[in-house]
Design a protein around this ligand. Structure first.
Ligand SMILES: [Mg+2]
Length: 320
């Protein structure tokens, strides 16, 4: 794994001495690195400011333009600001500069190598750098996975209750800034308890997963679909007004009831009831009122015989 990444690894080198730069270029290319070669500090800083900058750099200490330690300081400050991936930096020093080494390491360099460099030593030090970069990438990936996990409903993969509420709150404030409506659907699978009681919880889980899949298939990438509770879902549709929230909801209702759902080898007839409402700035209501309006509409849909959609103005619940 390490070798594979190392082979495709890009590295910035900055060295004003021609022979030394050439030796570095050749050695690194031989080891499979893609080398971005710079003759001075300014070119190196330029190369390290790009969004897809290499994460590995070998910088000479003394060179025209920025010095090695100056670049290290700037790279660290930039990473802090951009929350960018870590750059592993080796400083190149001559023997007579070794006394200043502490300064370079204090500036944030990870390691150093003295000139003229020894190939085996350089190789070992680069491996250390790769190991640290790989560990860092793994940590970032693990942190992202945990963050994602905390926001998702484990069974359906949809947003969980907390996340979908956060999405709704965010869309409401965006909607207020942009003077555009936000449509909200509250949806509940009809007679879901019967599925569980008659066919077991595994069949119930299959129904939930398939309904979630059909909902996702009928929304746009920027719509939010969340599992609100057991068999209850919320769908947040930015930009939808009263007419479009009803037609979008109708399409979802049809997507769920038109074809039977396959659950534990059984073909089950499934339907869902929908409550719809719209947040309209600048007179929009609070998130809780909005959800209550959609919920009231949903219960009316249940009372009306299920497998249907009822719309309700969010403001109408304020008085009641
Ligand atoms: Mg130099």
């Amino acid at each position: 794994m390490l070798e594979t990444i190392q082979e495709t690894m890009r590295v910035v080198i900055a060295e004003d001495s021609g022979p030394s730069r050439l030796a570095l270029e050749r050695t690194l290319a031989k080891w499979g690195y893609e080398v971005i070669s710079c003759k001075d500090g300014n070119a190196a800083w330029e190369a390290l400011q790009q969004d897809d900058s290499p994460r590995l750099a070998i910088l000479d200490w003394m060179m025209p333009g920025y010095s090695g330690p100056e670049i290290v300081r700037m790279v660290r400050a930039q990473a802090e600001e951009r929350k960018a991936a870590y750059t592993y930096i080796l400083l190149l020093t001559s023997k007579n500069e070794r006394a200043d080494l502490i300064e370079g390491l204090e500036a944030g360099a990870d390691d150093y190598i003295t000139k003229p460099f020894d190939q085996q030593e350089l190789r070992v030090r680069l491996r250390t750098g790769m190991r640290i970069l790989n560990l860092q990438a793994e940590l970032v990936a693990a942190r992202e996975a945990l963050r994602e996990q905390a926001m998702r409903d484990a069974l359906t993969g949809l947003w969980n209750r907390r996340s979908i509420i956060e999405i709704l709150i965010r869309e409401q404030s965006r909607s207020t800034r942009e003077s555009a409506p936000v449509g909200v659907l509250m949806m509940d699978i009809d007679h879901f308890k019967r599925v569980n009681d008659t066919h077991g919880h595994l069949a119930g889980d299959d129904v939930l997963k398939e309904v979630a899949r059909r909902l996702l298939a009928s929304v746009r990438p920027y719509d939010g679909v969340g599992r609100y509770g057991g068999e209850e879902f919320i769908i947040v549709l930015p930009g939808c007004d009263e007419a479009s929230i009803q037609s979008r909801g109708e399409a979802m209702r049809a997507a769920i009831s038109d074809d039977p759902v396959l659950a534990q080898g059984l073909s089950l007839k499934v339907s869902a009831s929908f409550g719809a409402t719209v947040f309209v700035p600048p007179n929009g209501v609070e998130t809780a009122e909005l959800i209550r309006a959609a919920d009231d509409a949903l219960y009316e849909a249940k009372r009306n015989g299920r497998n249907c959609l009822v719309y309700r103005h969010a403001s109408s619940t304020v008085a009641s």
